[in-house]
Design a protein around this ligand. Structure first.
Ligand code: SF4
Length: 182
């Protein structure tokens, strides 16, 4: 699988896996500086990019893996909780009012598959996303807004024992040192 083709980060996942003997950190692809978010923009984070360049991390975009185009419509979880989506209790609805639940579930499952392939027990994911948000996601009954809750991918990864950090957690020196030592 090639990731980041056409960006400043041209990576080959197989090559990185060999380099790290399987143990990788999974990171949100938009944090790697790749223009994959719903607006077709990136949210580059220097520390995430450093981890990738040092062969410790691999970028993944659950929404692209789920088959959604870039750019795409924003989306919200009707209850504001990714866990409820996993349990079939609520839906993910796009800003143009389409039911995109299946895309979000597929993206979460494929991200989990990547974690398993690379024996990743840690992920660094972008705050505030309906997929990648940890503790903050997109919710709202009628219109999208930031609410408390995990995104769909975060909920599935947590259920499978994967520890989630957000990009904001990287500002904590203790956490950053721990991640660099992995
Ligand atoms: S937050 Fe997650 S799903 Fe959204 S663009 Fe970044 S990697 Fe993709």
């Amino acid at each position: 699988m090639n990731v980041g083709r056409g960006s400043e980060l041209e990576l080959d996942a197989g090559e990185l896996k060999r380099k790290r003997d399987g143990k990788m950190i999974i990171v949100s692809m938009c944090l790697a500086g790749i223009k994959c978010n719903y607006k077709g923009q990136s949210k580059p984070n220097k520390k995430v990019i450093e981890l990738i360049k040092r062969g410790k991390a691999i970028p993944v975009c659950p929404e692209q893996l789920g088959g959604l185009p870039t750019p795409r419509s924003g989306a919200r979880i009707l209850s504001g909780k990714g866990e409820d989506v996993l349990d079939g209790k609520t839906k993910v609805i796009s800003d143009d009012e389409k039911d995109v639940t299946e895309n979000y579930l597929r993206g979460a499952e494929l991200t989990l598959t990547v974690c398993k392939e690379h024996e990743a027990h840690v992920a660094i994911l972008k705050q505030g996303s309906p997929s990648c948000g940890k503790g903050n996601t997109q919710g709202g009954e009628k219109e999208r807004k930031l609410v408390n809750g995990d995104g769909v991918t975060v909920a599935l990864l947590k259920r499978n024992g994967i520890f989630i950090y957000s990009e904001e957690d990287l500002e904590n020196d203790e956490i950053w040192e721990k991640l660099q030592a992995k």
